[in-house]
Design a protein around this ligand. Structure first.
Ligand SMILES: CC(C)(COP(=O)(O)OP(=O)(O)OC[C@H]1O[C@@H](n2cnc3c(N)ncnc32)[C@H](O)[C@@H]1OP(=O)(O)O)[C@@H](O)C(=O)NCCC(=O)NCCS
Length: 181
């Protein structure tokens, strides 16, 4: 990541219309035909990390602060959502820096685990994440900004975690207590 880049953390409620427009545009470029003009996929995140180069938004990561249940235990997580980097700025370490930023915040807070869903685990494994397997998970299905049903499915192919307070993920069923990010 070059020196003229500026990384900020911002609460969702502080994001102004100008920044929202930039977020919508970056998400649409990085995840085509997915966001339907929204700045969020299923639900607003609690806060976001944004990377700017001058006025241009070139990196994004949403974070959900949530309690979920795993193996009968309530655990506090930061859920990492919609991590993306503008195509012509990829492979310069921006995503890695975003992951390290949220990890540093989690380490000094009461968050037990970082959690994310990733089909390609390359970036995440090289940043210390590991798969939960099995990962029988319940969540609220949200489609087109509507609650649809509660789904239960094994997500071991994409459920990735990184321990903050301990590496002992409670084995057993997982309940997201809300939508899947
Ligand atoms: C995945 C992504 C955020 C990586 O951003 P980045 O700033 O290029 O990442 P970094 O420079 O820190 O690290 C690069 C490493 O990420 C890994 N990587 C590349 N594409 C990836 C992907 N789609 N998913 C996971 N890891 C990926 C590779 O290991 C790469 O290392 P290499 O260059 O040695 O092959 C970026 O490619 C992107 O925005 N992709 C489109 C959106 C997306 O798929 N986001 C992930 C949602 S889970």
């Amino acid at each position: 990541m070059s020196h003229d880049c500026n990384l900020i953390a911002i609460n969702e409620y502080e994001i102004d219309p100008a920044k929202t427009t930039k977020i919508v545009s970056l998400l649409d470029e990085c995840f085509p035909d997915t966001f339907d003009g929204r700045s969020y996929f299923k639900q607003l995140p609690h806060f976001r990390y944004l990377v700017f180069q001058n006025e241009a938004l070139i990196g994004h990561m949403g974070v959900d602060h949530r309690v979920i249940k795993a193996g009968g235990k309530a655990i506090r997580i930061f859920g990492i959502i919609d991590l993306c980097v503008k195509p012509d700025h990829r492979r310069t370490g921006i995503a890695g820096r975003l992951l390290r930023s949220v990890e540093a915040l989690a380490e000094k807070s009461n968050v037990d685990f970082l959690v994310l869903m990733g089909d390609d685990d390359t970036l995440y494994k090289s940043n210390g994440f590991e798969h939960v397997s099995p990962a029988m998970t319940r969540w609220l299905a949200v489609e087109d900004v509507e609650s649809v049903s509660v789904i239960e499915k094994d997500l071991s192919n994409c459920f990735l975690i990184k321990g903050m307070k301990s590496d002992n993920w409670p084995k057993g069923k997982i309940d997201m207590l809300g939508h899947l990010f």
